[in-house]
Ligand binder design. Sequence first.
Ligand code: NAD
Length: 441
Amino acid sequence: MTSASASVDAETAAMPREDFTPFEAVNFQFDRAADLLDLSEAMRVALKTPYREVMVEIPVICEAGDLRTFRGYRVQHNLARGPMKGGLRYHPEVDLDEARALASLMTWKTAVVDLPYGGAKGGIDCDPRDPGLSQRDLESITRTFVDRLQVFIGPNQDIPAPDVNTNAQVMAWIVDEYSKFHGFTPGVVTGKPIALGGSEGRESATGRGVAVVASHASKDLGLDLEGATVAIQGFGNVGSWSARFLADMGARVVAVSDVDGAIFDGDGLDLASVTEVVAAQGSVVHAEGVASISNEDLLALDVDVLVPAALGHVIHGGNARHVRARLIVEGGNAPVTPVADEILAERGIPVVPDILANAGGVTVSYFEWVQNLQQFRWGADRVDQELVATLERAYRTVREVAEAKKVSLRTAAFILAIRRVARATELRGFRSGPHMPTGQR
Ligand code: NAD
């Protein structure tokens, strides 16, 4: 099923509400910035409305013999600046509204770091931890999804990538299935295994980017990362690599967590052994010689830097007053609700927003796609150097906008992104009256 539009409330929301849907929450942040840009009403609606939404049925006969049906989604939010780009999430709570929210965040994220992309996101409402689903079943689910989606994706159209509960293996299945229809096309997804056209440095890219922006934001706060304490919620791709890079910079990672619980060691966790435990037993909670705490306790720890790197809306109106960190760096997407954002701002706790903090992943995805199109491989050093340079440039520009406009880093990042997408939209021929921010970048 496809539909070209989603209902978007064109009204500017003045006050954040705790019952915002994920898409409303992103649009609230959008409107904050659009107000400061004096963006016309027509352009606001154009920029908020998804370009295309695809929802498919995925029936699969599981290895256990039962027939199960899942729903797959792909929301393509905006393509003014280039092909659409964004992850694929496998999680029972995946739905259309969440996909819209995450797709729109991708539009703003690719614009903040100035990549020639638009935004998209998708997923399947399956649970890879379900003991009733084998690896083979996940492969069948992925292939059926691709069969139904393949006309809408491609290297010049929409390029998926890993997100929660998807990884390089899932991307490899997508390359194989898509190539049956279109010929060998590694550039249809990024985050692939290196043996199948993936890039050096992609797996660690989001975490490396989180650490890079965390170090700059800490410096701006007068906080030395050397010896600073860090708590990280989520120990998957983003959380575990963020932990490793922050530790390499001299920080003391005192707490990490996953869906099963959290662990704490005030002297700093032995990350290599936690990683081994996760590989062998599936969760950080099996680590020995550390204290067990809850995920909620982790968010309230007295640390210098808190990195929420799991799911959305985990810091909300109900717990934002308990946060004691000096700085929050959003490793995951949308971990802080708009209500929590206000509370944290009142309390003087800066938040480095997702669309800047976790943009390292899509940045190296861009490098991977470029390598696929050019059929020329880059070395790891080149990837890492270009990633760091891209994020440092984006961080500096966002900070300049924040200082000039006296706004938060989040609003500044949205201002920068909206200007860029609005400008591209205008250049493509969309005219919306005298309030367009013509000529600004
Ligand atoms: P992942 O599946 O590799 O890891 C997710 C982690 O979160 C796991 O450790 C899981 O156990 C944990 N988790 C899940 N529910 C939890 C809960 N209720 N409490 C605590 N921990 C919980 O996923 P990922 O790729 O690391 O993505 C994490 C976040 O980062 C998501 O918001 C994703 O959209 C965002 N992100 C990912 C990338 C990327 O390159 N993978 C890029 C940008 C943003």
